[in-house]
Design a binder for this molecule. Structure first.
Ligand code: MRU
Length: 346
């Protein structure tokens, strides 16, 4: 498989995750509007991956235009606003756009070609740093698991959701290499099925023993003593350690606590949002009703039924055993441990 997102000849190239696992198709996007649509429509998804994609999208915008000076700055801001309006919950998107904006502003006065090259270099740095962060947090997180662990994960926090390797699946990859994984239980993750389609595909490819379950089976398996730990990713971590992640994560965390199981979150520093005090202030995306009423383009629910489709939920920090990032492992009290990691003091 090629990298999740990459740059080729002035365009963003990404695997169309909506088609997986049945078809491995790549999109080549030479227009930032198409990049924004790919994020919004979830051809690419996962918090770090959409940050990397948006960064490349801004590089595309600067490569595709002929504008200079104030007109170029205006076009850059319009592209940044369009990309920022795609998905509200994953803070990595806004973090990456902000980094690109800072690089653009630092080049004020230079011509378009120089600014486009600088933007590409910054996007490539964001991409490479995310990959390195995942490797590092994978190794740090693996040490948290006992040898031969049976681990449950939710959604897809794998290579597809990042620049490569993954956050939660990075921990699982490293732990498997170290003999710490006996089996991974994969929540299918209704309604978009990132677990069934993407996590199951990644683990199967890697030869890591994996068992797919429907979301409502996790409690039963925990009660039977078939799961030893939970590892998930995150889209945004508030200053107090409350964690936003794919809808259904909160349910898994409550179940884990009830059964005395550790609940670990793996996420890079770019997922920390220390300007947001707690989970109540995290914006939760509501997605189209069709994701709930339809499956594979086919309607399952009656016409006219009222539907809710919040794409994320918040797990309060009291359910979180530890948060692992590329700089170390944070534990309660999170207000202190997260800040120390973010400031590079841990
Ligand atoms: O809606 P998605 O598929 O973008 O949601 C993804 C998740 O919730 C992941 O768990 C999260 O982004 C972490 S990915 C390393």
């Amino acid at each position: 498989m090629e990298p999740t997102v990459t740059w080729r000849d002035g365009a963003v190239v990404l695997i169309d995750q909506r088609k997986l696992p049945l078809h491995e198709e790549y999109l080549t996007l030479a227009d930032h509007r198409a990049v924004a649509a790919a994020i919004r429509d979830m051809a690419v998804r996962g918090a770090p991956a959409i940050g990397v994609t948006a960064a490349y999208g801004l590089a595309v915008a600067l490569h595709a235009t002929r504008a200079e000076g104030a007109a170029l700055a205006e076009e850059f801001e319009a592209a940044a606003a369009l990309l920022a309006a795609t998905r509200p919950t994953a803070v990595n998107l806004f973090w990456a756009i902000e980094r690109m904006r800072a690089r653009f502003r630092a080049g004020a006065g230079r011509d378009r070609t120089a600014l486009a090259e600088a933007a590409l270099a910054e996007a490539q740095a964001i991409d490479a740093e995310d990959f390195a962060a995942c490797r590092r947090m994978g190794d740090l997180g693996a040490a948290l698991l006992p040898p031969g662990a049976r681990v449950l994960t939710h959604c897809n926090a794998g290579a597809l959701a990042t620049a490569g390797y993954g956050t939660a699946l990075g921990v699982i990859r490293s732990a498997f290499r170290d003999g710490r994984i006996a089996r991974v239980y994969v929540d299918e993750t209704r309604p978009f099925l990132q677990g069934a389609r993407l996590t199951a595909w990644e683990l199967h490819h890697e030869g890591i023993p994996a068992t797919l379950i429907a979301d409502n089976m996790a409690g039963h398996l925990m009660a039977r003593g078939e799961i030893d730990a939970v590892v998930v990713g995150s889209d945004r971590i508030a200053a107090n350690g409350d964690v936003a992640n794919k809808i259904g994560t909160y349910t898994v965390a409550v179940l884990a606590k009830e059964h005395g199981l550790p609940f670990y979150v793996a996420a890079p520093i770019s997922t920390f949002d220390l300007n947001t005090a707690n989970g109540d202030a995290i914006p939760i995306e509501e997605r189209p009703e069709e994701e709930v009423t339809h499956h594979g383009g086919k309607r399952l629910a009656p016409e006219g039924i009222a539907v809710r489709n919040p794409a994320f939920d918040v797990t309060p920090h009291r359910y979180v055993t530890a948060i692992v990032c590329e700089r170390g492992v944070a534990r309660a009290p999170y207000a202190e441990s997260l800040r120390a990691l973010a400031e590079g003091q841990a």
